[in-house]
Design a protein around this ligand. Structure first.
Ligand code: ADP
Length: 572
């Protein structure tokens, strides 16, 4: 061997040593990493289906020592079936095959531990480079908490949905309690509701606690050291009692403690949005112990949910009370209104009766005054300028005016007093009759009256005739530039007829559009246009009795159009 050859051998040996050291270090790192990994790691021989190595976390998870686990496989540490019904062996084979083929399947899996307890896990498989052998690395994380939280979320939505649907408080609280008891096995829960007046607690829902215990708790007055719930409601703070048999808060209630198989009792006060204590949400556990983080989170959110349910119920009750008192007040008001209406109706009836009888009975004496006055006028000597003749003329004129007034009054009071059964009324015919009645004034004023085709309506014929006569005679009367021109027309609008009487007369100022329909309302003195001021009041009464409306459209100097409606009706 030359010098050169031996020195290169030296170099090679040194390189080999360095590589060996690096390898040892790397192996050390890998072992450390494997041993202290936060999740359970198993090495699985895909061909034999057995673990070839596991880390301490996996030992803890499965509850077997390393040497016991090596030789077992994932199927030995799983129930026969996975949730959903698939056989664990078939399902596992699929995932392993996927990993062997280079995939990295991640999935949820239920495992068993040494004691046979099942728990949900998240598993991730990766194929490792391992010479000839097919080795799979599995990382396993227990997800019981996550699962429980998912279940809790589901329970929470269920409770909120029930509240929104308006279910009773008892049923909402019952759902809340049972859904939590399902999630946390071995846990028993209760909701107590606080009576604000008496400051006592009452059972809202506690289906899994013994009846004798619930009976003893129902009506408990809150205060310091009044059990877990009484104290929590009193102090407005969460109370954790790990063992009710030894805790001072329970010292006063040995007989109640005796009735309970549970040892731990943790209670969360239920506080409303405006800060009032509504009750408590409590968890009982059979062993004496402190709660874990998940339990604390659940107890807190459950108390909030119970709070929403109780407040919702209180608002519902409040709303119902307000509604009821409102309804009572409306009923009282309606009753007194009905009574007032009745009294009004009675007095109206009496008034109408009086007006009818008075105007009817007055006709005769007035006629006598007028007739005898006229007779006297005729029998007076011909010196017409005498005072006696002038006074007599006043008497006769006054008597005649009174006659017209009494006749109009009688007509008005007859509208209600003398009602006849409704009949089919041809308005064309009615207008013809009216024009015949008004022939003298039509001829006297040379009035031009045109009438469109008018419908047949259902009503009281004499009253409808009165209505049209009043409107047409007003249209003839209120003119200052003869001859009067009048148009009568009809228009069907939906379920009613709109009849109009239009003139080109003096018109009306808009401010009087409504007032002219009032009794005795006249816009001119008698010397210019004679009348009593009752005609349009009669029209209004007739139209309203027939279920219609009446109004006027007008502008001074151009004329007026009076409209009235009558419902389209069939005569049965
Ligand atoms: P009267 O005709 O006896 O005065 P009405 O009750 O019929 O009483 O009418 C009331 C008032 O309405 C009338 O005095 C008149 O001022 C006004 N009026 C009624 N019809 C018309 C009309 N077609 N044109 C102008 N004014 C009218």
């Amino acid at each position: 061997m030359t010098v050169g050859e031996s020195s290169s051998l030296e170099t090679l040996r040194a390189e080999l040593d360095a590589t060996k050291t690096a390898l040892a270090e790397s192996e050390q790192r890998l072992t450390t990493f494997f041993a202290y990994a936060p999740e359970a790691i198993v090495m699985l021989d895909a061909d034999t289906g057995q673990f070839i190595d596991v880390n301490p976390r996996a030992e803890a998870l499965f509850g077997f020592p390393r040497d016991k686990l090596i030789g077992l496989g994932p199927i030995d540490m799983s129930p026969a079936h996975q949730p959903g019904g698939l056989a664990s062996s078939e399902s596992a084979a699929c995932y392993i095959r996927a990993a062997v083929e280079g995939g990295e399947p991640t999935f949820e899996w239920w495992h068993n531990n040494a004691e046979g307890q099942q728990f949900p896990c998240e598993v991730r498989l990766v194929r490792m480079p391992w010479g000839q052998r097919t080795i799979i690395r599995g990382s396993i994380t227990e997800i019981s908490e996550r699962k429980q939280f998912e279940l809790f979320e589901r329970g929470r939505s269920q409770v909120l949905e029930q509240i929104a649907r308006g279910n009773s408080l008892t049923s909402v609280l019952h759902t809340l309690v049972t859904s939590i008891e399902e999630i946390l096995s071995g846990m028993v829960c209760s909701v107590l509701v606080l009576d604000q007046e008496t400051q006592t607690l009452h059972i809202g829902a506690a289906p899994s606690l013994p009846k004798c215990y619930n009976d003893a708790v129902d009506g408990l007055k809150i205060g310091p050291a009044t059990g877990s719930c009484g104290t929590a409601a009193h102090t407005r703070k969460r109370v954790i009692v790990s063992d009710i048999r030894t805790h001072e808060y329970w010292a006063e209630y040995p007989s109640i403690v005796e009735k309970l198989a549970q040892r731990a009792c943790w209670s969360e006060p239920i506080i409303s949005l405006d800060g009032a204590v509504l009750g408590t949400f409590a968890m009982y556990y059979c062993e004496a112990r402190e709660p874990v983080r998940l339990e604390l989170e659940i107890i807190e959110i459950s108390a909030q949910l119970a709070g929403i349910a109780i407040e919702h119920e209180r608002n519902k009750v409040l709303l119902r009370d307000i509604n009821e008192s409102l309804e009572r007040r409306v009923a009282r008001r309606t009753e007194s209104l009905a009574k007032a209406n009745e009294a009004l109706e009675r007095s109206n009836d009496e008034l109408r009766q009086f007006a009818y009888i008075a105007s009817h009975d007055l006709q005769e004496p007035i006629r006598m005054v007028t007739n005898f006055g006229q007779l006297l006028q005729k029998s007076l000597p011909n010196d017409a300028g005498s005072e006696a003749a002038e006074w007599l003329a006043f008497v006769v004129e006054g008597g005649q005016r009174m006659q017209t007034l009494v006749r109009d009054l009688l007509e008005y009071s007859e509208i209600d007093y003398q009602s006849r059964p409704y009949q089919a009324v041809q308005l064309d015919r009615v207008v013809q009759l009216v024009l015949t009645n008004l022939r003298t004034s039509i001829e006297g004023t040379n009035a031009e009256i045109t009438c469109d085709e008018l419908p047949t309506v259902v009503g009281d014929k004499p009253q409808l005739m009165q209505l049209l006569q009043n409107l047409i005679s007003n249209a003839i009367k209120f003119h200052d530039q003869p001859p009067p021109k009048i148009t009568i027309a009809a228009d069907r609008q939906d379920n009613e007829w709109v009849i109009s009487v239009r003139d080109r007369g003096i018109g009306i100022e808009p401010e009087y559009f409504n007032r002219i329909f009032e009794f005795f309302r006249r816009l001119h003195n008698r010397d210019r246009f004679p009348g009593t001021g009752i005609g349009l009041a009669i029209c209004k009464r007739v139209v309203e009795r027939h279920g219609g409306r009446i109004w006027v459209a007008s502008s001074p100097g151009t004329g007026s159009t009076f409209f009235f409606t009558l419902p389209v009706r069939e005569l049965h």
